[in-house]
Design a protein around this ligand. Structure first.
Ligand SMILES: Nc1nc2c(ncn2[C@@H]2O[C@H](COP(=O)(O)OP(=O)(O)OP(=O)(O)O)[C@@H](O)[C@H]2O)c(=O)[nH]1
Length: 438
């Protein structure tokens, strides 16, 4: 497919251009400029004429991500040996406060600009940090319109004492000036956790603005490690057509597609939460159930904090296969630290009697796996939100505990106060009495 670089060959008469033999051969067909030669000889037929072809094609492990459609697509494996990215290239962060990670290659890319966000326990409209429901903005890929007000978004209003409201979102101005910034911000000393040098005055305001654009809080003091933005990787595995993609789509997009479209390799969704005021994201990796894509999908198993094994409640074989899926996923992860969920899908299709029987078997399997069992229906939405909120809560907790273990600050008997601005989050059981008091 990829040969040594060769000189460009222009095939055919006047206009249609076929360029072959380069590292990334490009085929451009159907150009408006292609015309019949004047002498009436038929235009040479290009190999690409005929039925429409898939846009992105290849057979190498370097899956490409096409951005420009609402959902990034990874299209792998087609006989056509070219890679054509027909949509605009993903842009660098444009400064919107909705970070979104789009991954399709080992080199992940972060695109800021996604409009999706959720808050645990609240719908979008009532989410305190989101304002009105957000639509996909033009600036997400084009960068245009970045200065326009986000629908429903308010300008940043500092709270009393000069603190900005936590996780307040607003559109990024191109310049980092805040007209009419209250005087009390001037001279405030502030240092970002990653920033070594102290800044003050105008630069403080600018720095706050920048960090607010990133969806982060600009604190007066560095936030303790456990209060910083967190992210957890969750992989979803299971037999083909058990409903993994539908499950993720029901939760992330609140949609359901009754037509089966096989996942090729992996797909990826990101869902944002705010847990106890701390921004938290779930990376949901939807893997292909088809055997032929297993080798691609399994390369994405590593580093998962939770594994969701899905089976069809109406298909006993898919339940039996869950053990194999688990074994494969655990090969790439630490079994002692990963959270396991066994999810029976398509609950709407089983009768109560069938469900009782299946549930008994499923509970047995879940017990063997030490997994938490859930039964859901992506069609009706039953239990879907509850399930993912549970996943978010448990992964968040595991994340915080891991952070504490890492910092060495946690001791048995300590009480952890998470919803605090205090630097010292640990209420040590045997506190020293102040020496000044009797
Ligand atoms: N009735 C019903 N059908 C469902 C449900 N979930 C998924 N389906 C259907 O099952 C089929 C397969 O769903 P997918 O989500 O694409 O399956 P998948 O596990 O992602 O399949 P692969 O990508 O091949 O691994 C689709 O036709 C869905 O419409 C459900 O809860 N109820």
């Amino acid at each position: 497919m990829v040969g040594p670089p060769q000189p460009r060959v222009v095939v055919g008469s006047p206009r249609p251009r076929v360029i072959v033999g380069t590292i990334r051969p490009r085929v451009i067909v159907g150009s408006a400029r292609a015309r019949e030669p004047r002498d009436g000889t038929p235009r040479p037929h290009l190999a690409t004429e005929g039925p429409p072809r898939p846009r992105v094609i290849f057979g190498t492990p370097r899956a490409r991500v096409i951005v420009g459609s609402p959902r990034p697509q990874v299209i792998v494996s087609s006989p056509w040996p070219a890679v054509v990215v027909a949509s605009p290239r993903p842009r660098a962060p444009v400064g919107s406060p909705w970070p979104r990670v789009i991954v399709g290659t080992p080199r992940s890319r972060v695109i800021v600009g996604s409009a999706r966000a959720r808050v645990a326990g609240a719908d979008q409209a009532s989410a305190p940090s989101l304002g009105a429901p957000q639509g996909r903005r033009q600036d997400e890929h084009s960068g245009a319109g970045a200065e326009g007000p986000r629908p429903g978004g308010a300008a940043p209003v500092p709270e009393e004492g000069g603190r900005f409201a936590r996780a307040q979102r607003f559109p990024p101005p191109r310049h980092l000036r805040l007209p009419g910034t209250p005087d009390r911000h001037r001279g405030v000393s502030w240092r970002h956790p990653k920033q070594r040098k102290e800044v003050s005055g105008d630069s403080v305001v600018k720095a706050r603005v920048m960090w607010l654009h990133c969806g982060l809080v600009a604190p007066l003091r560095p936030l303790p490690a456990i209060c910083r933005f967190k992210i957890s990787k969750v992989i979803v595995v299971g037999d083909l057509s058990v409903g993994k993609t539908c499950l993720i789509n029901r939760f992330c997009k609140d949609t359901f597609d009754k037509n089966y479209k096989a996942t090729i390799g992996v797909d990826f969704e990101m869902e944002r939460f705010e847990v106890l005021g701390i921004p938290f994201s779930l990376q949901l990796w939807d893997t292909a159930g088809q055997e032929r894509f297993k080798c691609i999908a399994s390369t994405y198993y590593r580093g998962a904090q939770a594994i969701i094994i899905v089976f069809n409640l109406n298909d006993v074989a898919s339940l039996e296969h869950t053990k194999q899926w688990l074994a494969d996923a655990l090969r790439e992860n630490d079994p002692s630290s990963v959270l396991l969920f066994l999810v029976g899908s398509k609950k709407d299709l089983s009768t109560p009697a069938q469900y009782v029987l299946m549930e008994r078997d499923a509970l047995k399997v879940a017990q063997e796996m030490k997994a938490e069992y859930w039964a859901v229906s992506s069609l009706t939405g039953e239990n879907v939100r509850e399930f993912f909120f549970r996943v978010a809560a448990l992964t968040f907790e595991a994340n915080v505990l891991a952070e504490l273990e890492k910092s060495g600050a946690r001791r048995i008997g300590d009480v952890v106060r998470i919803n605090s601005d205090d630097n010292n989050l640990y209420l040590t059981a045997n506190k020293k009495k102040p020496t000044c008091c009797p």
